[in-house]
Design a protein. Sequence first.
Length: 450
Amino acid sequence: MRLDRRARFLLRLQHAGFLLLLAALCTGLAWFTNGLSWSADWTATGRNSLTAASRRVVAKLAGPVTVLAFARQDPELRGRIRHLVNRYRRIDPKIRLTFVNPDVHLAEVRRLGIRSEGELDLGYGHRHETITTLDQRAFTDALLRLERTRHLELVFVTGHGERSFTDTSPAGLSALAAALRREGFRLRTVNLSRQPIPKATSLLVVADPRTRYLPGEEKALVAYLGRGGNLLWLAGQGQRRGLERLAAHLGLRFLPGHVVDIESELLGIRNPTWLVLTSFPPTRVTRSLTGEVLDPDTTALVVHHLKGWIHEALLTSPPLPLSWLATGPLRGTVVYDPKAGDRPGPLPIAEIFIHGHGHGTLERVAVLSGGGLFANAFLNAGDNLGFALNLFNWLSAQGAFLNLHQPLSPDRTLVLTQEEEIALGAAFLIVLPLLLIGGGIAVRLRRTRR
């Protein structure tokens, strides 16, 4: 087909018009998106944006926060700091960032105790917090500590083989202690046979004792409750003798036996006394829990109502036929046997108690029949850490700080069952080498046939 001069002119005009429209469209899109940004964070815990917990902490700020970033003229370091702080500034513009060159402002470095480049000093009112790690968890925890209006003393009773917050073994509480310190709690110990309970105690903790309490020590605990003190009792399956008066003071009785959960076997847990709890009573401590709580080695509790005390179940076992109180030996296949004294679930395995005092304060007590759910081996399982921090805040009368903990990233660790480990090892050590050897032999045979 031949084109005359007029057709060729119109075709060129069409091409020129298309190019002009395309340029106008690109220019318009560039101008429109200049002040518009969109981002998405697909990590499980929002590592690249603010989590819901961080946003709640920022929303509680009543005044401006000044952030002094001690960094030299290093574009990479200052960029990382600016990227972190700007996430918070988008929620609250009252958070102000100022860079300080530590080589120039030596007096400011000494005054605030800055030890290395990259540290941030957060000021809120007359209080200051210094962080050395540039991540959301450290920054949010610092804001959380700044918001607390008073120092909270957690006192752990020692001298009877209790779980220790300095013990880094699987049975210890060192991971819990680290999380509590990040929240602004102060931890100390008391030996009741040598020292009185400190007057500044916000919460007294009895953590799974292994030897008998002396009568004078138990009397000190009961007297502490009589003065309106708050108590957390992790009873466990260990030594409860010597604490009968404490249990009677609360109208509490521990039933003999172990609460079992046959559903835990479906999750690869071979110990039926490890309970996997997925539903919770609607208390302030548990209302917002979204994950499961793993509670090992529990028993059932019975509470007799006492005048002046209000009690409610904090944790309950699943219903029958999934869970029950087994009173017999746990050997072989565990079967529900009501003739042997087994009790059907659901059963209360943790209780909270509230008692009002004349001076307008509420005494708070929590009793957990299992002593191991806050241990290092279990703290990061499911929502155990969130449950622990909520419980400690509630017992310390810090209700405004419930549900503010930073969740751990589930994709940073890989947990495999024994069968999965065997299958993975066989795949890499046997199947994959055989495939490579077989492929090499096949290629060799194919070449020799040519």
